[in-house]
Design a protein around this ligand. Structure first.
Ligand code: HEM
Length: 367
């Protein structure tokens, strides 16, 4: 049997000639001396774009898995693993700004004029990622009255507009949470049980305050009022209509049913079947936090490089970017489930049959 020798070479496989021939500083045009720092500026942006490509690859595969009619345990495991990878990449993306910050504002001015009006604002992959995750055009902080996609034309514009019309990861996760069949199980109405646990928790908190001899009447009143405020928050979530109003007014994004499922997953996360869904929700919040962190670090870097100067893309610069740090978050409602958590002592007990349904039952009967 003859062994075939492979003709694949490291250089060809990675198409290195193309990649390594793709850095073209503009400062050396028209007989000028090349600005030393421009190479770093180009390479760092190219590296970001490569990592954006990998993140989009992972998010696309996660969204494909979520579109399946049935998402079994194995799929949730895959989804969690890929989202963990996205988070590791995002960590590197935040850290990479440290390298660029070895360039000073003065160094930057050596070549900034050559690249105008190009700007990260025109990164198609960054926009793709935002839209795929669920950032809707109406929720964006706009500048200059132009939609962000006016930066693109032809196929690139079509691609973004199509993504805007498609289901986002946010929507797919919301639908998945709404489908989770544990909210109203036989013999166990979660929302009803949760409500009565919250009310007894708040009641015993008030009793505990009134029993405290170390507090005077005024202090007791203040603390009781704080608990009343807390109660209002919970009452809001007990009433689906209030939740809907909060969505309409733009304070909340996640539907009532999905919020209650996310709460159930968080409260009963120790049940074997809920461990992976819980891990998934945590990773999702982490993605949101890491992108936000990148936005914040990018603003800090822009401040060091440009101060209050406007951006090459025509925005107000750091003023515009600062607004996006909070406004462009997507999974805040999943993080805010923490507000609704109650301690284990008040957690309604799951009936035995339900506990069995949620657990992996290993039986040694047939061994
Ligand atoms: C010297 C370094 C940098 C400066 C001074 C800078 C400056 C800016 C400014 C002022 C904006 C606002 C839009 C505009 O008016 O241009 C912007 C947007 C943006 N930049 Fe940078 N940037 C730098 C490096 C980077 C790097 C390394 C990346 C990595 C890909 C990047 C990605 C982006 C993205 C994605 C946006 C759009 C953000 C949004 O609209 O939410 N920037 N940049």
């Amino acid at each position: 049997m003859s062994k075939k020798t492979s003709s694949v070479h490291y250089n060809n496989y990675l198409d290195l000639d193309k990649i390594l021939d793709a850095q073209h500083p503009l400062s050396n045009s028209k007989g000028n001396n090349e600005a030393h720092e421009e190479m770093l500026f180009i390479i760092i942006h190219q590296t970001y774009e490569l990592w954006f490509k990998q993140i989009i690859h992972e998010i696309t595969s996660i969204m494909t898995l979520f579109r399946k009619e049935k998402i079994d345990e194995e799929n949730v495991g895959l989804i969690v693993g890929r989202l963990e990878r996205v988070n590791k990449i995002l960590e590197v993306l935040v850290k990479q700004l440290d390298i660029l910050e070895t360039m000073t504002a003065l160094d930057f001015l050596d070549f900034r004029n050559f690249l105008s009006p190009a700007s990260g604002f025109q990164s198609h992959q960054f926009r793709q990622l935002e839209v795929m995750l669920g950032l809707k055009i109406e929720a964006r902080h706009q500048f200059g009255g132009c939609p962000y996609h006016s930066q693109f034309s032809g196929d690139k514009k079509e691609e973004i507009l199509k993504l805007e019309d498609n289901d986002s990861l946010f929507l797919l996760v919301e639908k998945w949470l709404e489908r989770i069949p544990f909210l109203n199980m036989k013999d166990f109405d979660f929302i009803k049980k949760y409500k009565s646990s919250v009310l007894s928790m708040l009641k015993s908190e008030v009793t505990a305050i009134n029993d405290l001899e170390s507090l005077n009447e005024r202090e007791k009143k203040i603390r009781t009022r704080m608990i009343e405020e807390n109660k209002k928050y919970f009452e809001n979530i007990f009433n689906e209509k209030n939740h809907l109003k909060s969505i309409q007014e733009g304070y909340t994004k996640l539907s009532y049913k999905a919020t209650m499922s996310a709460l159930l997953i968080n409260l009963y996360r120790e049940e074997p079947i809920l461990q992976l869904p819980y891990k998934f929700l945590r990773e999702l919040v982490e993605v949101d936090h890491k992108i936000s962190l990148w936005r914040f670090r990018h603003v800090q870097m822009v401040e060091k490089m440009l101060g209050q100067k406007i951006g090459t893309g025509g925005s107000s610069g750091q003023g515009y970017l600062k607004q996006t740090v909070d406004q462009h978050r997507l999974f805040e409602d999943v993080a805010n489930i923490a507000t609704l958590m109650i301690s284990r002592e008040y957690l309604p007990d799951l009936p035995k049959n339900i506990k069995q349904e949620l657990g992996y039952n290993f039986s040694n009967k047939n061994i």
